[in-house]
Design a protein around this ligand. Structure first.
Ligand SMILES: Cc1cc2nc3c(=O)[nH]c(=O)nc-3n(C[C@H](O)[C@H](O)[C@H](O)COP(=O)(O)OP(=O)(O)OC[C@H]3O[C@@H](n4cnc5c(N)ncnc54)[C@H](O)[C@@H]3O)c2cc1C
Length: 587
């Protein structure tokens, strides 16, 4: 079959904040840049980020990038790489001012400076009083950011491929990356997009869980593509459960609600976080609050007739604050919980939210191979950034509003690095003969499968397995059963069939292809979680309740081909300042 080929300097898969910040750097440097997205660029999940972007501007309380670095290292439960964390926190003010100058409409304080609100895990003076560090545009910060970046990219002539789905990575004999195969979603046409540099910015994969705050498009495609191309996935056992998803719907109620003074109650009307985190209370780190909520429910202090959720109270903030600072939250509560938070509390439960793991990268957003060399060897031509990458600035637990920061800091660093690398390697490498074979085989298997399994029911099995066997608390026996179960689901995934081709051909095809990515993430998560015999950050083992720095201060790497695990050390040495050695973590 003849396949259309197109050539670009750079192909970016993903048009969220990460992909668009990188694209802007590259297009403005005069490179020919293609950006692929499954949805219209401004519908990427970045658009739903509510609370803010962290930067130690010090507009409300005194602040300092070094304090921000300390909080991030502590929040990561010491699994974060301290060189990357220093790099990110040091650049935060600069990238936020840059966004301001791009035209991003931040809220303002009375003195005209950027509005900031407090978020969980933010402190002054290395663990002292609460800091106020999250720069916000009401509760629609991601919306403001993404639209600003899109407009800038349009004027910089970035070429968008809208409703195009990247399918597989193209690598040559040496393992260098030469581009991707992609599907035009409307027509079903397969194409090769050849590039001197390929950047993945495909976002998270929260859709491996049934109850998730993530958009339906968040199926971890970049990780699936990387895993199929023999790139390991790092730290996949660490998933953040956000404390406040709307009960039984999953839609997110931002931590900004607690930042503005809201708090959680159990069925006795008790503000229970005071017992679990006496200092930070409701603004303790997310893993801490989610575990506390799960315990409250398990011990019978949940609310409602099934005692299966808790209440987020904010009516005491007054309608002025709610209408000006949290208007989107009010809208979500009215639509999805059918209550008005001006008068009533919102029913909430911990809900899968953010993927700390991803494709292993260094702080220049180059994908690295785990050869345990220092510096690590890079995969030539391949870069990853944003939620799909693991750099690792979030370690075992991400602090709220650090992800919007991550995507702009590393989006920019990816752009800068690619410009440098293309000066050294200005030519396209020849495409191998078999560049599209893997993709064509997958499509042909799907199109010709007879008597296979239904895509929807296998997807449902996958979600159920992750929810039931790999949630907020993890147990030795359920994890072991989970591994067996997820291997069975993987068998089913390789046997799915598109039913009723005449009616739903392309959408069903896309769902099936997404499922092939989801299963890579789900397997990596379950197998990595079963192996990690300690509790750290978001990974809470019932049988190993303590953190174990002697044996587990290391990153997990999962290799899909032989389902093998390997480990590499955490980079504890920052770039210029002293290291923050692991300490017990309390809030
Ligand atoms: C509800 C919600 C609220 C949040 N609030 C905050 C907050 O206030 N502050 C904060 O710091 N973080 C927040 N986060 C986290 C943060 O928004 C995300 O981690 C971040 O925006 C991810 O950006 P990204 O550019 O990596 O990916 P995304 O914005 O998710 O973009 C991914 C892009 O990849 C494309 N894509 C995916 N697969 C393919 C494929 N196969 N082919 C082509 N294109 C593909 C998609 O179309 C999309 O364009 C929130 C997350 C959620 C879910």
């Amino acid at each position: 079959m003849a396949i259309t080929k197109r050539k670009f300097d750079v192909v970016i898969v993903g048009s969220g904040g990460a992909g668009m910040r990188a694209a802007l750097q590259l297009s403005e440097a005069g490179l020919k840049v293609a950006v692929l997205s499954k949805v219209f660029p401004t519908r990427s999940h970045t658009v739903s980020a509510q609370g803010g972007i962290a930067a130690a501007l010090g507009n409300v309380t005194e602040d300092n990038w070094h304090w921000h670095m300390y909080d991030t290292v502590k929040g990561s439960d010491y699994l974060g790489d301290q060189d990357a964390i220093e790099f990110m926190c040091r650049q935060a003010n600069e990238v936020v001012y840059e966004l301001e100058h791009f035209g991003m409409p931040f809220d303002r304080l009375d003195n005209g400076k950027i509005y900031q609100r407090p978020f969980g895990g933010q402190s002054q003076n290395f663990g002292g009083a609460q800091a106020t560090r999250s720069c916000a545009s009401a509760d629609r910060t991601g919306h403001a950011m993404l639209h600003t970046l899109y407009q800038r990219n349009v004027s910089a002539n970035t070429q968008f491929f809208i409703e195009w789905m990247g399918l597989d990575l193209i690598r040559d004999q040496q393992g260098d990356v030469l581009g991707v195969t992609a599907l035009e979603m409307e027509t079903g046409e397969i194409m090769i997009l050849q590039a001197k540099a390929t950047l993945f910015a495909t976002g998270g994969g929260g859709r491996i869980f049934q109850a998730s705050t993530n958009a339906f498009i968040n199926t971890g495609d970049g990780l699936g593509m990387a895993a199929r191309a023999d790139i390991p996935l790092q730290d996949m056992e660490f998933w953040q459960f956000h404390p406040t998803g709307v009960h039984s719907v999953g839609v997110l109620i931002s931590e900004a609600v607690r930042g503005e003074g809201g708090y959680l109650l159990n069925t006795n009307g008790e503000r229970f976080m005071e017992r679990y985190a006496p200092n930070a209370k409701d603004l303790a780190s997310r893993d801490v609050v989610s575990r506390a909520m799960t315990i409250e429910i398990k011990e019978g202090r949940g609310c409602g007739k099934n005692a299966d959720h808790l209440l987020l109270k904010l009516d005491h903030l007054g309608s002025d604050v709610i209408l000006s600072k949290l208007p989107g939250i009010r809208e979500l509560a009215r639509k999805f919980a059918r209550i008005d938070p001006i008068n009533e509390p919102i029913p909430v439960v911990p809900t899968a939210h953010y993927m700390m793991g991803g494709i292993p990268t260094n702080r220049h957003s180059q994908v690295v191979m785990p050869y345990k060399t220092s510096p690590e060897e890079v995969v030539t031509g391949f870069y990853a950034v944003g939620e799909c990458a693991c750099v690792s600035v979030h370690g075992a637990n991400r602090l709220g509003t650090n992800s919007l920061l991550d995507i702009v800091v590393f989006g920019r660093s990816a752009g800068i690095q690619i410009i440098k690398d293309l000066k050294k390697n200005p030519h396209h490498k020849p495409l191998p003969q078999d560049a599209a074979d893997k993709t064509l085989a997958r499509i042909s298997r799907l199109d010709n499968q007879k008597n296979g399994e239904s895509i929807a029911s296998v997807g449902h099995e996958l979600h159920k397995t992750m929810d039931n066997y790999c949630g907020v608390f993890r147990f030795a026996d359920t994890l072991a059963q989970g591994v067996t179960k997820i291997n069975q689901v993987a068998e089913q995934v390789s046997n799915t069939e598109i039913k009723d081709k005449s009616k739903v051909f392309n959408t069903a095809r896309i769902e099936a292809l997404e499922l092939e990515n989801l299963i890579e993430l789900a397997m990596a998560t379950m197998i990595s979680a079963e192996a990690r015999n300690e509790s750290r950050g978001a990974h809470a083992r019932d049988d190993f309740p303590e953190r174990d720095d002697n044996n587990w201060l290391k990153h997990t790497l999962f290799f899909s081909k032989d389902k093998r695990l390997d480990y590499k050390p955490v980079r504890l040495k920052p770039l210029t300042v002293a290291s923050f050695p692991p300490k017990p973590r309390t809030y």
